[in-house]
Design a protein around this ligand. Structure first.
Ligand code: DAH
Length: 345
């Protein structure tokens, strides 16, 4: 029986050494040390031995049992340790991995150039104000010397809003100029304001015409403001945006609310006036309309034209952005194409 015990021990230990996980180890424990296990069965047979044989065999059996139990405990500890290490390895976080990039928003190209334009005028003492996009016919036209049936209305066709079933009195403003009147009605001179905002026109859409676009209006009224003040202010602005070496040109133009009226150009900064594709071979780029505020407009808001005078101007930020960034189609601004918008970071 001692031989049998030793054989059982050797078998059990050999098997134990080839075990690699806790599941197999449990099977092994049940097989040898469990209640119905091989060693337990042999221990039960001790009772059948003669009293002479019993002590030696009993001692041998206990040694085998102790050996298997201690080997089992050792193996179990070893496998548990390995399992813990594996679990830790699986949960490991690699803190050196670069993070996923966040999708950052950015300012729209119109907003960017608007900020630049406003900053330039704020530096020169102008205050930023805003006015309504849905406007009365009176402010958009009448108060700007554009009465009903005046041919100048053809320059500004728009979308009309019907009021109590009566079309015609309210409209989407075609320019920011109505705010000249709104500001003057509410304040006394001196006035120095700049008015950014959206405008709308009933347009045949093409690369240089949109039905929605922005404008920036400017107005300066005081005693003794002259055409020279206008030229100085607008030239300073053009040089802030397009470079200190810009030349400027003022030519006569017609806007019913100013007299005289002008359009202002800068010399083409690509060809320096020699003529190129950007300036259509003219050497000049038109950037805004302007003029001395019409005396009738001043009278209408109760400003005495023999005391007060001033200048007004209007420009399109999309056009400024197009010139600055070489954009050749105004429709790109509001067609929500991310490939276009992402270029302005
Ligand atoms: N409101 C004009 C337009 O939309 C632009 C303009 C021209 C504004 C001359 C002015 C000005 O204030 O003096 O075409």
């Amino acid at each position: 029986m001692i031989d049998q015990l030793n054989k059982l021990r050797d078998e059990a230990l050999a098997e134990l050494s080839s075990i690699h996980d806790l599941g197999e180890l449990e099977v092994w424990r049940v097989k040898y040390l469990g209640k119905k296990g091989a060693l337990t069965a042999m221990l039960r047979q001790l009772g059948t031995l003669s009293p002479e044989e019993r002590p030696a065999v009993g001692q041998a059996a206990n040694q085998v049992k102790a050996r298997l139990e201690s080997q089992f405990a050792e193996k179990e500890a070893e496998l548990q340790q390995a399992a813990r290490a594996l679990a830790m390895e699986r949960e490991r976080v690699d803190v050196t991995l670069p993070g996923r990039p966040l999708a950052l928003g950015q300012l729209h190209p119109t907003t960017r150039v608007l900020k630049e334009i406003l900053d330039a005028f704020v530096t020169m003492g102008f205050q930023v104000v805003e006015g309504p996009e849905v406007e009365w016919d009176y402010y958009n036209f009448e108060a700007l010397n554009i009465p009903k049936d005046h041919p100048a209305r053809d320059m500004w066709d728009t979308f009309y809003v019907s009021m109590d079933g009566k079309p015609g009195e309210m409209l989407l403003r075609t320019h920011t100029s109505p705010n000249q009147v709104r500001v003057m009605e509410k304040t006394r001179p001196p006035v120095r304001v700049i008015v950014p905002g959206k405008c709308y026109r009933y347009e045949a859409i093409d690369p240089s015409h949109e039905s929605m676009f922005y404008q920036v209006e400017g107005l300066a009224i005081d005693e003794n403001i002259t055409f020279a003040d206008m030229k100085g202010t607008l030239s300073a602005f053009a040089r802030m945006l397009f470079g200190q070496d810009r030349k400027v040109r003022f030519r006569c133009d017609y806007f019913p609310f100013v007299e005289p009226g002008v359009d202002m150009s800068i010399d083409c900064y690509v060809c320096k006036g020699a003529g190129c594709r950007l300036c259509g071979s003219t050497g000049w780029l038109e950037i805004m309309g302007a003029g001395m505020v019409h005396p009738k407009e001043l009278e209408r808001v109760g400003y005495d034209p023999s005391v007060y005078s001033g200048f007004a101007f209007g420009l399109g930020p999309e056009r400024i952005a197009m010139l600055k960034s070489g954009i050749d189609d105004i429709r790109l601004f509001y067609s929500n194409d991310l490939r276009f918008l992402r270029q302005f970071r």
